[in-house]
Design a protein around this ligand. Structure first.
Ligand SMILES: [Zn+2]
Length: 175
């Protein structure tokens, strides 16, 4: 993973050839003319965990990367959108379900292939209405048992969440 693969060749403000400068141990693309610095940050995304009993809601991706693979309902935040609002919106767009965000479950770092760095904010949510139907960039949706998930799960951050839910379920059974 080389973040500088995403570096601009030309300054987006004044079109000068960008150079690379070290700043606090990190090499950053910078414009030698106007001083513009390109900060290469992860992109924020949000996901929701919606349960029906022991089952969890998943969506199958319609588009690359990882088309045909399964994830929690999830997507990128819009510019001025809080993470919990994005999580609720993605659930509605992808699965047709209206959900209420309950609490923060986890924050994971992951890679959207080939190499887009993502921070995934994961919430638990309660189903409040709507009707289950695939939409937007989902081609199928459904509730699945944690020990009988469809495969493959598209992204490592989502697998971590599902693994954590499975561990929770095992602990509950053991008590
Ligand atoms: Zn410039």
């Amino acid at each position: 993973m080389d973040p500088l693969r995403h570096a601009y060749s030309f300054c987006p403000l004044c079109r000068t050839d960008m150079v690379r400068r070290e700043e606090g141990g990190t090499v950053r693309p910078m414009c030698p003319d106007c001083g513009f610095v390109q900060y290469l940050n992860p992109s924020p995304a949000a996901a929701v965990i919606v349960r029906r009993g022991e089952q969890v809601l998943l969506a199958r991706r319609r588009f690359e990367p990882r088309a045909g693979q399964w994830t929690l309902p999830a997507g990128f935040l819009e510019y001025d959108e809080p993470a919990d609002v994005a999580a609720r919106r993605e659930a509605l767009e992808e699965t047709g379900l209206d959900v209420e965000i309950a609490d923060l479950f986890a924050v994971h770092h992951g890679m959207l292939p080939p190499d887009r760095s993502v921070i995934l904010v994961v919430y638990r949510a309660e189903e409040r209405g709507g009707s289950l139907e695939a939409g937007d960039d989902a081609e199928a949706v459904g509730f699945f048992d944690l020990d009988d998930l469809p495969g493959p799960i598209a992204f490592s951050a989502h697998r971590k969440v599902l693994d954590a839910l499975s561990a929770e379920a095992r602990e509950r059974k053991a008590r």
